[in-house]
Design a protein around this ligand. Structure first.
Ligand code: BGP
Length: 464
């Protein structure tokens, strides 16, 4: 073995309830913002495919978990849908949802697969959005009750909890860039949502620790290292600002209990500070995570601003820096994301050196392309060697960081079975396993699935 990982390393994959369960209007589940948005604007979704079906895990979880075991998983992350467990957002718990999630958790454990559970993966109940989403304290309170309900129902068996998946995404996609519902473009409201999310997170962490269950709680953040175009001080400053907005806005409060002072200063200067109560800051200060999930897909390259922004345009973080398209960068053109493997190492070293070497694991990394069918081989399965190479190249850097002391405990690929990817629907396929939507959700293992099994069983890999 050339690249060997620590003992008891978590190998597995990640997914989320809304992206894989399907059965959207079944057994008492009520609409989330995704169901609603698809109903009113189906044309915003690739090929107009909505969230109602996805890959049918609600019905096929037993077979899927058996497949996970077959492919070497010792852990798997999915999310509990708020809209399934507490369909109105607050109030009655749905007994059918309790049964379903109990079955999933028990089935995972029976197969030797550690369940990692996310509480919120972009899926605001519509009823809660109508009350203002995380701009509203009422919704923050409802989220904390939802979290507590999950801890009490499933915390005897679930040892790894995540309050939020990529909390910056609903902020930027939903309140700045018109990529997710509610399609608001308003920096001040975005800041309020970010603050409400941070508070909801801290209060859920507090509640979890008060319950003294046998487990750990964290959050999953998408860390996108910011690289300056050059060492020119103007470029370096621009990259620092981007880092504040897109990484440290959540990373610092959840690990250190404080927002970065220079980020607060920028927000104050532009008069966008959120409304809060004094005690909120104390709650955030006191309730730090036990461990971190890191999603890594792409870096961010930044340069100093070339032009003054239109003074009438809505304020954006990009009023303070420009994104930089480095010539000849390696791209996944189907997703529009740069592939830069070394960033995996840089993230780990940053956590080691600047965040008290806190324990973490890679909670998502992966690659999907359009039209994977072209890789189907004579035996009828998809030979996705591009995905295997993607994993190898990232795992090499992860391995180096671990050898240099990074406190990393696992690697989860996004994702297990091709899933419904929000507005991209089924455009880019990410799975170790193909789902044939035209044929009763039939599953076919891809080459990467077989490779992943060897990787997990050998706890490492060789170079060819
Ligand atoms: C992450 C999300 C996942 C997943 C993945 C792939 O940001 O946590 O839910 O969707 O990205 O990205 P996309 O689906 O946008 O292609």
């Amino acid at each position: 073995m050339k690249y060997v990982f620590p003992q008891n390393f978590f190998w597995g994959s990640a997914a989320s309830g809304p992206q894989m369960e399907g059965a959207a209007a079944v057994d008492g589940r009520k609409p989330s913002i995704w169901d609603h948005w698809y109903n009113i604007e189906p044309e915003r979704f690739f090929d107009q495919v909505g969230p109602e079906n996805t890959s049918n895990f609600y019905y096929q979880y037993k077979e899927d978990i058996a497949l996970m075991k077959q492919l070497g998983h010792n852990s798997f992350r999915t999310s509990i849908q708020w809209t399934r467990l507490i369909p109105d957002g607050v109030g009655e718990v749905n007994p059918k949802a309790v049964t379903f999630y109990n079955h999933v958790i028990d089935e995972l454990i029976a197969n030797g697969i550690e369940p990692f559970i996310t509480l919120y993966h972009f899926d605001m109940p519509l009823s809660m959005q109508e009350k203002g989403g995380f701009e509203s304290r009422e919704v923050v309170n409802a989220y904390v009750l939802f979290a507590e309900t999950c801890f009490k129902l499933f915390g005897d068996r679930v040892k790894y909890w995540f309050t939020f998946n990529e909390p910056i995404v609903p902020v930027e996609a939903g309140y700045l860039y018109d990529m997710h519902y509610p399609n608001v473009v308003d920096f001040k409201r975005a800041v309020q949502v970010a603050f409400g999310t941070t508070l909801a997170h801290a209060r859920a962490v507090e509640r979890y620790h008060e319950l003294a269950l046998d487990g750990q709680i964290g959050i999953v953040l998408n860390l996108t290292p910011s690289y300056p175009r050059s060492q020119n001080p103007a470029d370096v400053k621009a990259a620092h600002i981007a880092d504040l907005f897109f990484n440290r806005s959540f990373l610092d409060p959840v690990t250190k209990g404080e927002f970065p002072a220079d980020l607060v200063e920028i927000i104050r200067e532009h008069d966008f500070l959120p409304e809060y109560q004094l005690n909120d800051l104390e709650i955030i200060r006191q309730n730090k995570i036990d461990f971190l999930g890191v999603n890594y897909y792409q870096p961010r390259r930044v340069k100093a601003k070339e032009n003054l922004p239109n003074p009438e345009a809505p304020f954006m973080p990009e009023h303070l820096f420009d994104n930089y398209a480095m010539p000849n960068r390696k791209m996944n053109r189907y997703r529009g994301w740069e592939i830069y493997e070394k960033a995996m190492y840089d993230i780990c070293i940053n956590l080691r050196d600047n965040y008290h070497n806190l324990p973490f694991y890679i909670s998502e990394n992966g690659m999907g392309v359009e039209g994977e069918d072209r890789y189907r081989n004579e035996e009828g399965f998809i030979d996705d060697s591009y995905r295997i190479n993607f994993m190898k190249e990232h795992l090499k850097w992860l391995n180096k960081a671990i050898l240099e002391g990074a406190n990393c405990h696992g690697y989860h690929l996004w994702t297990f079975i091709d899933c419904w990817s929000w507005a991209n629907a089924y455009k880019n396929r990410y799975g170790l396993v193909e789902v044939d939507l035209a044929n009763h959700y039939k599953r076919i293992i891809k080459s990467s699935g077989y490779w992943y099994k060897d990787l997990a069983q050998n706890n490492g890999f060789c170079i060819d």
